[in-house]
Design a protein around this ligand. Structure first.
Ligand code: GLV
Length: 306
């Protein structure tokens, strides 16, 4: 009987377990805090150190999400292979989320909402789309989908990634060209992995480089953004606002100053939700491969962090 250590920080464990057990009828799935210390494979979302420490023989951790920062922040057994979900149904949702935020900003829908409050039927001028270049930071599967979706609406789109990518219709910049990328963008969308290099990258200096009257959309991690810098830039009139799906501390405290900024829209980390069937379609073959051939595919580079 093969043991699988399972940890999920969300309350949706049962939704995962039934199809997982059906797909792997021979596996003994132990849901933390129940555990089998001899398990060599873990399926986990945002596990804690106690879970890792209870499984000293772990050789494979399958991260049930795209971002592996929470796993890599832990002390892991030596040479453990970490695999992450690629897309898993999240790319199209993130594209929807980012297009909604960008279109809302460009089309001035908040203005129409205000007019509606005032019972005011007033037709305003349409903005010039060319003046709304959008910069997408991070061009993996998720960032590429977002960039392509924005292109569909004819926005000028810039893309920034560690090594330069080539995406049709997107002006791509590489790691060394961050300032040029920011200066060429007015809306900024962050979908970067959180690593030592990207932590705090959305800071006062970098956000100030965006074009006048700028806007931020963060669907990556709260750790990318220096929240006090965003608030300062909005107060100074340099940025118009932001849509944040992620925050430094989650859940966001009731009295956090971000809540008091009407210019900042906040959603509770729901921009891209993993779809169980799509994740299992990736995960189940990996688990079978591990138990039959003692190997897995597509491990992340734990030094790079993605
Ligand atoms: C969600 O934030 C993920 O990393 O999958």
């Amino acid at each position: 009987m093969h043991s699988i250590a399972f940890y999920s920080r969300h309350a949706e464990t049962d939704l995962w377990l039934t199809p997982l057990q059906q797909a792997l009828p021979k596996a003994a799935i132990k849901v933390w805090p129940d555990y089998d210390e001899s398990a060599t494979l873990a399926l986990a979302w945002a596990p804690d150190q106690a879970f890792i420490d209870a499984h000293p023989h772990l050789k494979v951790i399958i991260n049930m999400g795209a971002g592996v920062d929470a796993v890599l922040a832990l002390r892991l057994p030596k040479d453990v292979a970490v695999i992450r979900v690629k897309d898993g149904g999240m790319a199209v949702q993130l594209a929807e989320y980012c297009c909604e935020a960008s279109i809302r900003f460009y089309r001035e829908f908040p203005q129409y909402e205000q007019q509606r409050q005032q019972h005011l039927w007033q037709n305003n001028l349409l903005n010039d789309r060319a003046k709304y270049p959008i910069g997408v930071m991070g061009l993996g599967v998720l960032g590429e989908k977002i960039a392509q979706a924005l292109r569909f609406f004819d926005f000028p789109v810039n893309g920034w990634s560690h090594s330069r990518k080539a995406i049709d219709g997107v002006q791509c910049y590489d790691g060394g060209e961050l300032e040029a990328f920011l200066k060429a963008s007015r809306l900024l969308i962050c979908v970067l992995p959180l690593t030592d290099e990207t932590r705090g990258i959305l800071n006062y200096h970098h956000l100030s480089l965006l074009q006048t009257d700028s806007y931020l959309v963060n669907v990556a991690r709260g750790g990318h953004l220096v929240e006090a810098d965003l608030i300062k830039l909005i107060h100074e009139g340099k940025m118009r606002g932001a849509t944040l799906d992620v925050t430094q501390h989650e859940p966001l405290e009731h009295n956090d100053p971000l809540w008091d900024m009407p210019q900042i829209r906040i959603t509770p980390h729901i921009a891209g939700k993993t779809q169980i069937d799509q994740v299992l379609a990736q995960v189940v073959p990996q688990i079978n491969r591990w138990f039959t051939e003692q190997r897995v595919e597509g491990m992340i580079n734990t030094h790079k962090g993605y």
